[in-house]
Design a protein around this ligand. Structure first.
Ligand SMILES: Nc1ncnc2c1ncn2[C@@H]1O[C@H](COP(=O)(O)OP(=O)(O)O)[C@@H](O)[C@H]1O
Ligand SMILES: [Mg+2]
Length: 324
């Protein structure tokens, strides 16, 4: 197994109290596999990813428990310099906002080239050639000329391609893409997502794709983990989730995807808001918003019930949920 997150807990200590952002997350990603992590804003998707990458804001953040095994080695036991070495060559991250992730005063060629001069000891000239090659790989037209340009001279979609190129540069085993297409137009979103999926297959990388939009990842993900209030509430192969979600929250997310055949109709939205992470309700954290909730849901936290060999749901009434 390439990556195994085991019972991860992350908290943030703030003036107002302790926010329990990640509360016992488990997931795995194999080489060549794509895991989509889905959930509303604030559900702990990015914080989990930051813990894996070793870029968590500590303090105020704190890893309160768990293990993060990368090729069998617990990353939480590594020294900071060992983790730094892993970033880029072992695992790399793609962010939503390329404009703030890239350096505005360095040409994209210099930024891409730096990966090779700093990490691989290449000469400037060889690094520049590598930069052009990478820009070709992510299909940026006229790479040879554009390698001298600065991030702001590229469109949003092209900048996102540059970030993908940066992530690929050292051929990592794992890529984490955190809402990589959220800031883009719908048509550009699909192109960037297709490119990412294609490169992932080619390099046989593990990919974690974080999104709040199931519509975007349906075609590229193998399996999905749905997060709510810092917990995974459903995990399943992507097709199962589409056919019949086994958690009322997943169903709500699915029903809020815009569909072409429903143009003009008002979009369904899950009623209510996610809980305050300093006061997660007892029982099932989703119960105040859940159409299936009854007494037991307000007192007993549901375990991840085994729905099938490949599928789990943290709903006491998953059998009812799956029937729809
Ligand atoms: N730097 C931070 N300081 C304090 N709290 C934070 C910080 N980063 C994240 N959190 C808390 O963790 C929660 C989950 O954040 P995040 O993982 O970014 O959500 P998302 O699922 O939208 O990616 C936030 O709602 C917030 O309460
Ligand atoms: Mg996020």
């Amino acid at each position: 197994m390439l990556l195994e997150v085991r019972d991860l807990h992350v908290e943030f200590r703030t003036r107002d109290g302790v926010a329990k952002a990640v509360n016992g997350v488990n997931y795995t990603v194999d080489a060549g596999e794509t895991l989509a992590v889905l959930g509303e804003s604030g559900s702990g998707k990015s914080v989990t990813a930051q813990a894996v990458m070793g870029i968590l804001d500590i303090p105020p953040g704190k890893i309160a428990g768990g293990e993060i095994l990368f090729k069998g080695q617990d990353l939480l036991k590594l020294k900071e310099n060992e983790r730094r070495k892993l970033r880029g060559s072992g695992m790399a991250m793609i962010f939503q906002d390329a404009l703030s992730a890239l350096n505005p005063v360095l040409s994209v060629g210099d930024q891409l080239g730096e990966m090779f001069t700093v990490h691989r000891g290449l000469s400037r000239k060889d690094a520049r050639a590598k930069a052009v090659e990478l820009m070709d790989r992510v299909r940026i037209p006229a790479a040879r000329e554009r390698v001298r340009q600065y991030p702001h001279q590229f469109s949003g979609g092209m900048r996102q391609r540059i970030m993908i190129a940066m992530a690929l540069a050292l051929e990592p085993d794992l890529i984490i893409a955190d809402e990589p297409t959220t800031a883009l137009d719908v048509t550009v979103q699909a192109q960037v997502m297709d490119l990412l999926a294609e490169l992932q297959r080619e390099y046989n990388m593990g990919l974690i794709l974080i999104t709040h939009d199931l519509g975007v990842v349906a075609d590229v993900a193998d399996k999905i983990a749905v997060m709510y209030a810092g917990r995974i509430v459903e995990t399943a192969p992507v097709h199962d989730i589409y056919k019949a979600p086994a958690h009322p929250y997943t169903r709500g997310l699915l029903e809020s995807i815009p569909r072409l055949d429903q143009k003009g109709q008002e979009l369904y939205a899950i009623k209510g808001l996610p809980p305050n992470l300093m006061r997660i309700p007892p029982g099932c954290a989703f119960n105040p918003r859940c159409p299936l909730a009854r007494d037991v849901c307000r007192t007993d936290e549901p375990p991840l019930y085994e729905v099938s060999k490949t599928r789990r749901s943290a709903c006491h009434f998953w059998e009812e949920a799956i029937r729809g």
